[in-house]
Write a protein of this length. Structure first.
Length: 255
């Protein structure tokens, strides 16, 4: 993987912003390459994978239905804000919407239902040393006050591996399958064939672009994660991430 690491390091150094990446062969973890693995990034929607894992480890009934007015209305990605306020949705459906469509209202419902302190406690239990969840989605006032959600690529890799390693359990298997149905493929897998399954989540804020997941292919199983912050342009950052994803996939497929 040295050739891949050298290429990525040289490429990233020419880009605007703060970039981190981690690529790991899950069948042979010694084959891991990483840059700025402990650099703290605003998590954007990547924190939703932590919420998903916490939900799987909880005793909440996936079939329980919750009214979408359980939390205040928020804008942003998703579908729930288009529904009547008295609409009830199952916890399982909320989890799917949170990941597949990055639905912020579904996410906030699950944060409140689980308890933000319990989500943080689960991150601590998994030894995600730098991960912090301190605000709801779209709570810009909290952000102004310094309460932000944070992740590193190292912590996010641990989180993905936790879900992957527990996918034989029914609740975690649901999470694993939800990640495979991610509809936003405009970053790491942008240049991949549509039939290539990537169990992943994307995240975006102003000047922040993240993507990361697990690729299961006939040539191996790999964690592929790229975080980029302090970008001058989201559009350019997203395009560059797609180019990196293309090179990474082609390298691993031919290795």
């Amino acid at each position: 993987m040295n050739k891949l690491q050298n290429y990525l390091n040289d490429y990233v150094q020419k880009l605007d912003g703060d970039w981190s990446y981690l690529i790991c062969n899950l069948k042979n973890p010694q084959e891991t390459i990483c840059l700025n693995g402990n650099h703290l990034h605003k998590s954007a929607s990547m924190i939703k994978v932590l919420i998903l894992a916490t939900l799987c480890a909880s005793d909440l009934d996936f079939n329980e239905k919750i009214s979408i007015d359980y939390v205040p209305y928020v804008e942003g990605g998703g579908a729930l804000q288009e529904m009547d306020s008295d609409t009830k949705v199952s916890i399982k459906a909320l989890a799917s919407l949170m990941i597949v469509l990055s639905d912020n209202l579904a996410t906030n419902i699950l944060i409140k239902k689980l308890g933000m302190h319990n989500i943080q406690a689960y991150a601590d239990k998994l030894n995600l040393k730098q991960t912090k969840i301190q605000r709801y989605m779209m709570d810009f006032e909290a952000s102004k006050q310094g309460r932000e959600n944070y992740l590193t690529v190292n912590d996010y890799h641990k989180l993905l591996c936790h879900i992957y390693d527990n996918r034989h359990l029914s609740r975690f298997n649901i999470a694993w399958q939800i990640l495979a149905r991610q509809q936003f493929r405009d970053r790491i897998p942008y240049y991949w064939d549509e039939d290539i399954i990537f169990h992943h989540k994307t995240g975006m804020l102003d000047f922040v672009e993240h993507d990361g997941g697990i690729l299961e292919a006939d040539f191996g199983t790999y964690s592929i994660i790229i975080f980029a912050s302090n970008l001058k342009s989201n559009a350019i950052g997203g395009r560059e991430m797609g180019k990196l994803g293309q090179y990474i996939y082609n390298y691993l497929a031919q290795k």
